[in-house]
Design a protein around this ligand. Structure first.
Ligand SMILES: *Cc1c(COP(=O)(O)O)cnc(C)c1O
Length: 375
């Protein structure tokens, strides 16, 4: 059937603004020689993102991981944190690097976010917070999580790395919980090369987050906290400002591709796509597909695509609780749904400038592998 793709198709490809736009943005940096430490672009990006994300408060960071690590530090936590094993390494590492103990809650198998009904069973007298992930841009059961957190006096810090620009019933996704972390890494829907932000409600956190990303310095001659260097520089902020001009078009292009994938792959026995929630305005960051009782398993599909020079990703496999650095402490079997989905899921290539023909080619390869041949 189809031939091998000439240039490899990767799972994602960074969006870039027209080069002239970025070069134009560099000129004022050369004039002022202000390269980092909360310059003009930093402040401008902060203002624009606050508006775009419908956020009450927002602080920028050098990357998403530092944003999460420092947001957790700002909460002044101790003890156990309930989180999900079905995520990127960063989520758990941020917890552990704060001296906190992760407790893994299983996910549900509709949208792969934390199963809110399993949270209360994991709460002990040591529990201080919940760190759920809006995985693939699927917004968690924020109402139920809020209810549980209120009842038990827990902080909620969302990993919203996948959920840039999303809304639930018109509310910015960052407005839920005590804080939310966004990642602006080059591979994300919106990027500043590397970068990140924390969105929060409590104004008291504003100074603290600012100080924590600047070594804990609180005045010319005072350092009150053991902070880090988490500052976003002007080159990152300039890239962010350029990309923000084009973000709506980018998301629209992604949505067209996602819809095309859905049309081709839905209703095929053994292939499962995430349930779509009509309350959510999605950003179409990822295209996860679960193979469960299909003619070929996930690894076979992965290999078949590879033979066509197409590189899908096994996101998220393995689960965090089976990483080498954690598996002595945790049992992957404690979160069986996450373990199963991790073994069945494949994230298909999806980026704004991907031609629809490539999505078709990918679907052709997948459908040829299974019992669901449709041609
Ligand atoms: C990308 C990502 C992060 C980390 O963000 P960086 O900006 O790369 O540091 C954290 N959590 C999840 C779920 C991510 O996908």
């Amino acid at each position: 059937m189809n031939k091998k793709h000439e240039t490899p198709i990767m799972v994602t490809r960074s969006s870039l603004p027209p080069l002239e736009e970025y070069v134009e943005m560099l000129k004022p940096i050369w004039e002022s020689a202000w390269l980092t430490n909360m310059g003009e672009y930093h402040e401008e990006l902060k203002r624009q993102l606050k508006r775009f994300l419908k956020a009450t408060e927002l602080e920028l960071f050098v990357n998403g991981h530092m944003a999460l690590e420092l947001a957790l530090q700002a909460m002044n936590l101790q003890g156990e944190v309930i989180t999900t094993p079905f995520t990127f390494a960063s989520t758990t590492h941020a917890i552990v690097r704060n001296g906190l103990t992760p407790v893994f809650c299983d996910i549900n198998d509709r949208d792969y976010t934390m199963d809110a009904e399993k949270i209360e069973g994991l709460i002990t007298e040591k529990t201080c917070a919940i760190v759920p992930v809006h995985v693939y841009g699927n917004i968690c059961d924020v109402d139920r999580i809020h209810e549980i957190a209120q009842k038990h006096g827990l902080k909620v810090i969302y990993d919203a790395a996948h959920a840039f620009g999303e809304e639930l019933d018109g509310t910015g996704v960052g407005q839920f919980g005590d804080a939310s972390m966004f990642s602006f890494h080059a591979t994300k829907v919106f990027h500043s090369i590397e970068g990140g932000a924390v969105v929060f409600q409590d104004e008291a956190l504003k100074d603290l987050l600012y100080q924590l990303k600047n070594f804990g310095i609180t005045g010319y001659e005072s350092v009150e906290y053991v902070g880090a260097n988490g500052k976003m520089n002007e080159f990152q902020a300039a890239m962010g400002l350029c990309n923000l001009r084009h973000i709506e078009g980018e998301i629209e292009k992604r949505s067209r591709l996602a819809r095309h994938y859905r049309e081709r792959l839905s209703g095929i026995p053994g292939i499962r796509l995430c349930e779509e929630n009509p309350r959510i305005k999605y950003n179409y960051a990822y295209m996860p597909v679960v193979f469960d009782g299909y003619g070929a398993d996930r690894d076979q599909i992965f290999e078949a695509l590879k033979e066509h020079n197409i590189f899908a990703r096994k996101y998220f496999y393995p689960c965090v609780n089976s990483y080498q650095c954690y598996r002595e402490q945790f049992q992957a079997e404690d979160t069986p749904v996450a373990a199963r989905i991790a073994s069945q899921v494949l994230t298909l290539p999806l980026y704004a400038d991907m031609p629809v023909e490539v999505a078709d080619e990918i679907c052709d390869v997948i459908l040829a592998q299974g019992n669901g041949r449709n041609e």
